[in-house]
Design a protein around this ligand. Structure first.
Ligand code: MG
Length: 403
């Protein structure tokens, strides 16, 4: 089996390569495919990308910028002077890797930059292991329609969506009416229980201390604001063909139940496991089979109790804004997502406060409804979504937060 990875040096990317290493080292095990990596795309971490390329013998590589091409070439030469690879950069590089003819493309880049390469791979008939939720948030209708047209499967890598996918037995389309409701679980992030006022004082360092999951910085901030759960509601709507009204977000701090589906007859099926992204990654690479692994099982008597509570959307309004954007649909989810990406970036640089993230998103969503330059469009084309995203980034960058 041939795979390509976008975002190979990030959290999901490195864990994907760990899963590949593990599957390839246990060839004799039942249902373990032998995986060849045909392309890797990363940003500026040329040290790690060079090591990945040489270890997995990958000859098609992409980096963020032109200067990274030189750095990567040098680093590969130091590791193995005889190793030759084609190296591209920027959007062209992402597209080259996406279109390299793999069986599965793992989309583990962060943010809106995942959209074009994901669509390119779909049009090329490549199945998608989706770890880039922003793609579905911004352009879910188009992505899902194109996937159906090209008979391409989209297998979720996000732990909650992998759970829902498994609860539905990977067969949501056969009998849409069979399930009543999806329970989407959230850890609640590091600031669960804090008030809006208390949140005004938290720092980027506090935000990075996620209680259960170890993830990249953007998604860790999104988890702290609960925007991550808002994005996941929209992702689930597209993946499983449901309305946001069919999805209930519940906070489950232990992160053992990864989500649940309630069926027509009142039965609820949950998927459980330790919080470990390698589980959904492994399933996405081996589906419909399950590979052997040594992933530790939850120690239930040690865990003792699993608890559930309602999310506090007064302290964490981002979840409400995302559901509002989902309800409006059209260009609004793309605008909301772009405003969030810019605000999270500013927060991580120390330029705005934690509560300014939600303030920026609210402002940009309101501006979009009044904008003559970039009016709200109910049924946008891909170009109109990309234009709305670009407008929202500029708008979010220009907002002055009250001090
Ligand atoms: Mg998730």
């Amino acid at each position: 089996m041939y795979i390509a990875v976008l975002g190979s040096t990030g959290s999901i990317g490195t864990q994907t390569l760990e899963v590949v290493r593990e599957l390839n080292s246990r060839k004799e095990a039942l249902h373990n495919p032998h995986i060849t990596i045909t392309g890797l795309a990363a940003g500026g971490n040329t040290d790690l990308l060079a090591r990945q390329a040489v270890e997995f013998n990958v000859r098609l590589l992409s980096v963020a910028a032109r200067e990274d091409v030189y750095n990567l070439t040098e680093k590969i030469r130091m590791l193995d002077p005889s190793f030759k690879a084609d190296i591209f950069y920027g959007e062209e590089g992402l597209l080259k890797v996406a279109e390299c003819g793999a069986d599965i493309l793992i989309t583990a880049v962060v943010g809106m930059m995942g959209l074009k390469p994901t669509l390119a791979a779909i049009r090329n008939g490549t199945d998608i292991a989706l770890a880039n939720k922003e793609t579905l948030v911004a352009a879910g209708d188009i992505v899902i329609r194109e996937a159906a047209e090209h008979k391409v499967s989209i297998i979720p890598v996000d732990s909650e969506h992998s759970a829902i996918f498994q609860c539905l037995n990977g067969n949501s389309k056969r009998d849409k009416r069979a399930f009543r409701k999806i329970f989407l679980t959230a850890s609640g992030g590091p600031f669960r229980g804090m008030s809006f006022e208390e949140l005004s004082l938290v720092t980027p360092e506090d935000t990075m201390k996620h209680p259960t999951w170890n993830m990249g910085s953007k998604i860790t901030v999104d988890s702290a604001t609960l925007m991550n759960k808002g994005l996941e509601v929209i992702e689930a709507m597209h993946l499983f063909g449901v309305s946001h009204r069919d999805i209930e977000v519940i906070v489950h701090p232990q992160s053992i139940v990864h989500s649940m589906v309630a069926f027509r007859d009142g039965s609820v099926i949950a998927q459980l496991g330790n919080p470990d992204m390698k589980v959904p990654i492994r399933l996405a690479l081996t589906y419909p089979e399950r590979a052997e692994s040594e992933t530790p099982l939850p120690d239930f008597t040690e865990i003792g109790s699993l608890t559930f509570e309602k999310p506090d959307t007064d302290a964490f309004p981002c979840l409400r804004y995302a559901i509002e954007a989902a309800d409006m649909s059209g260009t609004m989810p793309a605008v909301m997502n772009a405003a969030n990406e810019i605000a999270v970036g500013s927060f991580l640089k120390g330029n705005i406060k934690f509560n300014d993230i939600q303030y920026n998103i609210r402002k940009v969503m309101d501006l979009h409804m009044r904008s003559k330059e970039c009016p709200f469009i109910q049924d946008p084309s891909l170009d109109e979504i990309i234009a709305a995203d670009k407008w929202a980034r500029a708008a979010a960058g220009g907002i002055k937060c009250p001090v």
